[in-house]
Design a protein around this ligand. Structure first.
Ligand code: UDX
Length: 446
């Protein structure tokens, strides 16, 4: 089939490349000529495993091309996918639909008779209905559930496909688009517009709730002397609960979960339904960042003023260079405002971090970040941070004290190597020295 993909950001570039991989001829459209030129040249402006190879292969074969010309796109495609962003609106938690509205207007003005316009963006319930009434064209809603770092895999082998449709013809076209995916046994849920829109927001709300639930348990563990890691493992054995998305730590960030739960609560309010619990989910999540800032102050004797703080991690999660609403950078920036001398290291996100937070210090390796640090904060769980040698790390720092904000470091190894080790929601390891003792034995290398 001939498909167009409007918006070539994270979602659109992945969708376009994966549709070409499924055997379609695909034209990606974007208003940004630089982005279009880069993608046409096989360059992907963000880190996503497997995507550069896919884009390079299909642009080279001619099955995938990019343009800024909506008229050309309208003439080209039988099915047009709208994949533009829905950021948080300034001043309220609601979603900003400017890009969605503009993309629908642009393509509807050029789409050939009988073509289908499919929204993939995450939108407040009611958007598809409104757009259908406005444009008269046939519309469907087909939300995406891809995770950054697994975007290609999630698009080619999704857990499920959701089709919000109003006609058998629209459903038929979507089944034709995804025929190889459906052929692999992927379940499809065919439903109305509001349900399709809500599936996406409900899924993200549930995931965010699961993370904040375990982080609330971490708060209780901190107060009661329990271990949230053991607690999560034990409750996760219950199939009804499941162990996934129960990793306690500094909380969720990124371009989706935080803004999507706010937009969902806002939209529910408009509909007269209270989703107040989502505001608590948000608040718990933010409190975890406060907790790390508080621990940093405590470990530095009450104030971080003048302390050298090494922050391991800048991306909102490992496997990504995305720093949108990154807990790691949020904590780093707050400590810097408190007068700390902060040095950040991340394997992929340094360029993005430097642009957004030019006042923070940056290192080109974890070792360089650790040099002469008074405190180390582990805030994005890249696998290479787990491989760090605590003995060697202790030789690099001024004072061996670390906060594991992701619960993935081996507390025993770090403690044996002489570190004062703290993790969120977990008791200090047995044999941990007192802070006073630690300050006494800290290596003075200033
Ligand atoms: C999310 C959804 O998973 C995806 O389905 C949707 O389409 C977009 O939003 P993504 O933003 O890529 O995807 O990240 P995800 O892997 O869900 O992680 C979100 C955040 O939660 C990260 O900051 C991660 O570090 C954090 N997280 C995740 C936890 O703190 N604990 C966990 O147990 C899991």
């Amino acid at each position: 089939m001939r498909l167009t993909v409007i918006g070539t950001g994270y979602l659109g570039a992945t969708h376009a490349a994966c549709m070409a991989e499924l055997g379609h001829e695909v034209l990606g459209v974007d208003v940004d000529p630089e982005k279009v030129a880069a993608l046409q040249g096989g360059q992907v402006p963000f880190h996503e495993p497997g995507l550069p190879e896919l884009i390079a292969r299909h642009t080279a074969s001619g099955r995938l091309a990019f343009t800024t010309d909506h008229a050309a796109a309208g003439a080209f495609g039988e099915v047009h996918f709208v994949c533009v962003g829905t950021p948080q609106r300034q001043g309220s938690g609601g979603a900003d639909l400017t890009h969605v509205d503009a993309a629908f207007a642009a393509i509807a003005g050029h789409a050939a008779e009988g073509s289908l316009i499919v929204g993939k963006s995450t939108v407040p319930v009611g958007t598809a209905e409104r757009l259908a009434a406005r444009h008269g064209a046939e519309i469907a809603w087909n939300p995406e559930f891809l995770r950054e770092g697994h975007a290609v895999e999630d698009t080619l082998r999704p857990d499920r496909l959701v089709f919000g449709v109003r006609s058998a013809r629209a459903e038929g076209l979507l089944r034709e688009v995804y025929a190889p995916v459906l052929g692999a046994g992927t379940p499809v849920v065919s439903t109305d517009f509001p349900t399709a829109e809500l599936v996406k927001t409900a899924a993200n709300a549930f995931l965010a709730t699961k993370i904040s639930f375990i982080n609330a348990m971490a708060e209780v563990c901190e107060a009661a002397g329990g271990d949230v890691g053991v607690l999560a493992e034990a409750i996760g054995y219950d199939d009804r609960i499941g162990g996934k998305f129960l990793r306690a730590g500094v909380g969720f960030g990124g371009g989706c979960l935080p803004k999507d739960i706010r937009a969902f609560a806002h939209r529910a309010d408009e509909l007269g339904v209270s989703l107040a619990f989502l505001r608590e989910v948000d608040a718990i999540n933010m409190r975890r960042r406060d907790k790390v800032v508080g621990l940093a102050r405590e470990l530095c004797g009450g104030s971080v003023l003048g302390a050298r703080v090494a922050v391991l991690g800048a991306a909102f999660k490992p496997g990504s260079d995305d720093i949108r609403d990154s807990p790691a950078l949020n904590v780093a920036a707050r400590l810097r405002l408190d007068g700390a001398d902060v040095t950040v290291y991340d394997p992929e996100a340094l360029d993005n971090a430097r642009k957004a937070y030019p006042l923070l210090g940056y290192a080109l390796s974890a070792e360089e970040a650790l040099e002469r640090a008074d405190l180390v904060l582990h805030l994005t769980e890249w696998p290479q941070f787990r491989e760090l040698d605590p003995e060697r790390a202790a030789e690099l720092v001024s004072r061996p004290r670390i906060v594991d904000g992701r619960g993935t470091l081996d507390a025993g190894r770090w403690t044996v190597a002489g570190w004062h080790f703290r993790a969120l929601g977990r008791p200090a390891p047995v044999g941990e020295g007192t802070l006073e003792g630690l300050q006494g034995r800290g290596r003075e290398r200033q």
